[in-house]
Write a protein that binds this ligand. Structure first.
Ligand code: GLC
Length: 437
């Protein structure tokens, strides 16, 4: 490059940096730095806790869809006691599960705030026997355990007298700029309030589909959050102003195009606690789904629903503990890894160590003696079972000396080393992974 070109380039990059400073625009490098903990975390626990747990009915939707009258729904306020709420125990369990962050519903679409908001009186402090702020102690307990704090907040509020929608068939108004302005003031007020009070690492918005970015004042909301914490991470449900994608209850088939994403999924069929819902996913099933997220470079946000007294149902505790045994044993193959092999190279999920020199193979089926790996150009230095260390034999076939095609690698996996949920094998390569055809 000649001196003139280099000079122009330097001036250009200085201008870009200055512009991004003045406009608060982030460079891609700054964004990846901000997103780093989230990218490495891989597993989060979603917690839907609210008055809907009292009758064990669908959160907010049960009155919006008119399965139950609004007044009946709101009677649940009286049964929300939080009397066995022990945030330290929650944090211990979350930690034990292997999750590195957790997201709590501070306010669902029903508008009931879980903290002592000064905006309106629809909150658990003033309206329920719980009578105290439930968000603060949650944040404190997580931070003690070095778990990142995520707060869920519903932008739409079907209880607010100035919010246009009330139920599916009953709207308060269509266009009324004064009432909308009053609602926006309230909404932005609450957002600023919880953001300053709890300084969340992550804000998980929901319900953005009912209004446009402009109406929500999405860019102002983003600014409010960044003013309080310039490292905050925001999910995608802010009409284009978020940081990562949030597929819901649907595992992507192929690697999403977004660099950062998180699948949110219920542990049974409900977000909140429903006594009647016993359709729990097994630990095996959750691990299979989780491994797929890992393969495609995403996170899993697994949802649980505590009871109205704040205790976590036994079945949910059991699954989280079992999950914790597996994540604990296989942590090297999980945290800080990135997306694994593209389809065609190995039958099963895989991940790669941060420096791409260790390939982790997840075995969702019994291998019946051996697994086969295709298209790897590298020399293999060592193979072992993750979490137990047993060294495994491997052999390369179909690699005559005159061919530059990668051979087929067969790795012995004796039954003796199999994990009761899913075995993971580490393959140490001579250098960064190189794929052939
Ligand atoms: C949906 C629902 C809501 C639930 C959320 C979790 O958008 O409105 O009830 O809390 O998904 O992802």
């Amino acid at each position: 490059m000649n001196i003139r070109k280099r000079f122009i380039l330097t001036i250009f990059s200085i201008c870009v940096t200055m512009l991004s400073f003045s406009q608060n625009i982030e460079t891609p490098e700054q964004k990846s730095e901000r997103m780093q903990w989230f990218k490495d975390a891989r597993l989060g626990i979603f917690i839907h806790w609210g008055i809907y747990a009292v009758n064990g009915i669908d959160e907010s939707w049960s009155f919006f869809n008119e399965y139950t009258p609004y007044d009946e729904y709101m009677k649940q306020l009286q049964g929300f006691t939080a009397k066995n709420y022990k945030p330290d125990n929650w944090a211990d369990l979350i930690k034990e599960s292997g999750a590195r962050y957790a997201v709590l519903t501070t306010k669902h679409h029903d508008g009931v705030a879980l903290w002592d908001t000064k905006y309106g009186d629809l909150n658990v402090v003033e309206k329920t026997p719980a009578g105290r702020d439930l968000v603060g102690p949650f944040c404190k307990a997580l931070r003690k355990n070095k778990i990142k704090v995520g707060l869920y907040y519903s932008l739409l509020d079907w209880s607010h007298p100035d919010y246009p929608n009330f139920t599916r068939t009953n709207k308060r108004y269509k266009e009324d700029s004064l009432r909308w302005a009053s609602f926006t003031k309230f909404n932005l007020g609450q957002i600023e309030e919880f953001s300053n009070k709890y300084n969340p690492d992550l804000v998980w918005f929901d319900g953005d589909w009912e209004q446009s970015a402009e109406k929500w004042k999405a860019s102002e909301i983003r600014e409010i959050l960044f003013d309080a914490n310039d490292e905050v991470i925001i999910n995608s449900r802010l009409q284009g102003y978020g940081d990562y994608a949030t597929p819901e209850q649907g595992l992507p088939l192929t690697k999403p195009k977004e660099k950062y994403w998180e699948l949110c999924m219920t542990i049974n069929d409900s977000w909140g606690y429903q006594n009647n819902d016993n359709d729990y996913k097994s630990t095996d099933q959750i691990i299979k789904i989780f491994a797929e997220c890992l393969l495609m470079g995403g996170n899993l946000l697994l949802d649980i629903g505590p009871k109205p007294d704040g205790s976590i149902p036994e079945k949910q505790v059991k699954v989280l503990k079992e999950l914790g045994r597996w994540t604990g044993k296989h942590q090297k193959a999980i945290y800080g890894t990135h997306a694994g092999l593209p389809p065609g190279y190995f039958y099963g999920p895989s991940t790669l160590s941060n420096d791409s020199t260790i390939l982790y193979l997840f075995l969702p089926y019994k291998p019946h003696g051996q697994v086969m790996l295709k298209g790897i150009k590298n020399k293999i230095n060592r193979v072992w079972v993750v979490g137990n260390g047993t060294k495994l034999e491997h052999k390369v076939y179909l690699k005559p000396y005159w061919s530059n095609k990668p051979g087929l690698i067969f790795i012995d996996v004796p039954d003796l080393v199999l994990d009761k949920n899913m075995t993971v094998i580490a393959v140490l390569l001579d250098k960064k992974l190189e794929l052939g055809e």
